[in-house]
Design a protein around this ligand. Sequence first.
Ligand code: SAM
Length: 188
Amino acid sequence: MDPLSQFLLAILFFHSSEYILAAAIHGMSNVNVKSLLVSKEYVLAMVFALLEYFFELLLFPGLKEHLWVSNLGLAMLVVGEIVRKLAIVTAGRSFTHLIRVYHEDHHKLVTSGVYAFFRHPSYCGFLIWSVGTQIMLCNPIATVGFAVVVWRFFVARIPYEEYFLRQFFGADYEEYARRVPSGVPFVM
Ligand SMILES: C[S@@+](CC[C@H](N)C(=O)[O-])C[C@H]1O[C@@H](n2cnc3c(N)ncnc32)[C@H](O)[C@@H]1O
């Protein structure tokens, strides 16, 4: 299969599986179109990626013929998808797409499975997945762009999320955070 078809399939699989998992874990009545995780910024980024792909295919076709680069991107995409989905399944009802700011009884601190290796496995997985999509398309500009934008997004999000996790789980979260790395590069 060519990289463009793989890219379109990867996007379709990622979003439909996010929706299906959210519905399976939280119930159909608790999911809506937002569970597809498609924001305006995200659509713009993907349109930019496609424009770069077609522009370079037309002007520098040789750039798109590095099979090993495409396969490296495909491998990253698969690894990222697996890490993220393992995180969602492991955290179960504790995993919500929106960051919880109030504690609910069924929200338990998860420290097992992939959470024993990283505090933010789903973010780590998404970072690998998103950069992998661009390496697979042999898109040099979008590869750097996606890495910087997605990384910056998580750099801002993680302290906010952990502020509430510390409020909910106190010393247990402190001890967990001391022991387990974030999983996102350069985030302690
Ligand atoms: C989109 S999920 C992301 C979870 C985690 N940051 C990750 O990358 O796998 C965000 C929700 O997960 C919850 N959460 C994050 N880490 C958690 C943990 N170790 N145990 C339980 N809930 C957690 C947060 O309270 C938040 O509502």
